[in-house]
Design a protein around this ligand. Structure first.
Ligand code: SF4
Ligand code: SF4
Length: 177
């Protein structure tokens, strides 16, 4: 049954997507000894994820990039004999945090690497990549409702969701797909 599968949001090509069965798909690939970052593994990963999720055709390469990165980390941890326990991000209004698509998206074209967002963020959401562009590395550590980084970013490289989006998540009333 699909509702027994894990469910969480992932940032795909700069936009949030809710996906069922990610943890199960990574485990299946690892147990089949599929090495990360090969075209065959990425194809299989997408096929597996598609069993429970709709993936728009034009977005397939973005899905491969985002999920392939996650699988690489998963593979490295399991290969070192470490158990992969999904990080506990807590809850917001009774809903697991990783099911709420509230996190910043950074435009790599507009970001100048000034680092102000890292300075103002009370969490470890961002990381500076190659001293040039900031990346969102821990989206679910972002505080729901916060917009500090967006206000601090002079070139307006940071987008945050509209706060009205949170209404559907208040008081545990999630109806989002
Ligand atoms: S504040 Fe804006 S421009 Fe500066 S590093 Fe962060 S995202 Fe990039
Ligand atoms: S919105 Fe707030 S918590 Fe979230 S990344 Fe920006 S500064 Fe950090």
């Amino acid at each position: 049954m699909a509702n027994k599968l894990s469910y969480r949001m992932v940032q795909i090509g700069g936009a949030p997507a809710g996906l069922l069965g990610l943890e199960e798909a990574y485990a299946e690939l690892f147990e089949a000894q599929c090495p990360p970052a090969t075209p065959e593994t990425l194809e299989r990963l997408i096929r597996t994820i598609k069993q429970h999720n709709f993936i728009p055709r034009p977005a397939i390469e973005d899905y491969k990039a985002a999920l392939g990165r996650e699988y690489q980390q998963y593979y490295e941890q399991r290969s070192q004999g470490r158990k992969v326990v999904p990080k506990n991000y807590g809850t917001w209004q009774g809903i697991p945090r990783e099911q709420i698509p509230w996190f910043p998206t950074v435009s790599s074209e507009l970001c100048n690497g000034c680092g102000k967002c890292i300075e103002v963020c009370p969490k470890e959401v961002f990381q500076l990549k190659d001293s040039k562009v900031v990346e969102v590395v821990e989206p679910f550590d972002c505080i729901v409702g916060c917009c500090f980084c967006k206000s601090a970013c002079d070139p307006q490289a940071i987008l945050m969701p509209d706060k009205s989006m949170l209404d559907q998540y208040r008081h545990g009333q999630r109806h989002a797909s």
